[in-house]
Design a protein around this ligand. Sequence first.
Ligand code: GN1
Ligand code: MG
Length: 347
Amino acid sequence: MERIGELIRYFIPGASLLKFEQLTGGVIHGTYRLVLEQDTAEQVYILQKLNSKVFPNTRQLMHNTRRIQQFLKVGTYPFQLSEPLAGSEGYFFYRDHKGQDWRLFKNIPNATSYDTVQNDQQVFEAGMAFGLFLAHLKDFQPQQLYLVIPDFHNLHNRFNLFKESLKKADESRKKEAQLEIAKIISLFERFQFIDFSKLPLRVVHNDCKLSNLLFDKNTRECLAVIDLDTVMPGYLVTDFGDMVRSMCCTASEEERDTEKVAFLPRRYLLLQEGFLHATASFISEAESAQLFNGAVYIILEQALRFLSDYLNRDRYYAARYPNHNLDRSRNQLKLLESMLESEIGKY
Ligand code: GN1
Ligand code: MG
């Protein structure tokens, strides 16, 4: 990467690059692991090339991350924080001459993340970790945050955008996705059941997938909750939904063979147990009653988002092959169908 020297000089003058590798977990930003030599010692950093189509205002994005981390640092928050580095002008990102923004995070040593669950204990731990994150942000004033992506988990809004995408889509893509389009429309009509006016608006993570947790490589305990980009006012039940989406399934959202995708009720119960353990002191009755619906809502939303992006010719999510976003949508639909057919889903 040609600009790497420029970036290192900006964030850590005097350091030199030893190793550079791309990490492929996220689907929005480009993420890289750097090993630098700094004062004769090796230091690891995480570099991100920011996606300005998704997050047009980097200053506001970094303001949010900083505010949240400053708040968590003061209290008894039990996890580590992956903090962004300030550059020479005190900004927490660098804008290169092409207008591309970059940021650099301190690495959390001995940590790893997972796309799929490793064992049952991890599900309980993960539910507890995201629950503790919410618990520690309970008294954070939401007015301190910018709405970096308004209506992020507003399914109605996303459904309207989906209808717009349908109007503009190529005939060939529409034909290819015929079945999924019909399924999404019928599921949306069937599942408009969460009355959000009955739920407290809180500061939530908004992207609670398993891969946004870091675990200790040896002890497997949770070390950090990462990716604070979408921490904004929202609802606890949709955070829980994202956990279910990524942890209570036999396969990851990248699995192309839908035969391999199924809901795991036992994991759901473990996740719920861990999550309630951490949130028991403040979760409202209305929220507890809507946890399963939160999962239905968020999986449907994700299926719809992937499908809309397929219809829009893959403008939002990085697609590595022509039908990638359609496959992702099929995967989420399969998970949702399997969940609705399960014992827990029969209501
Ligand atoms: C995106 O941050 P990242 O790339 O892991 C997306 C989430 C989706 C997820 C699906 C800002 O997450 O909402 O659930 O992909 N983030 C944004 O994998 O759209
Ligand atoms: Mg994210």
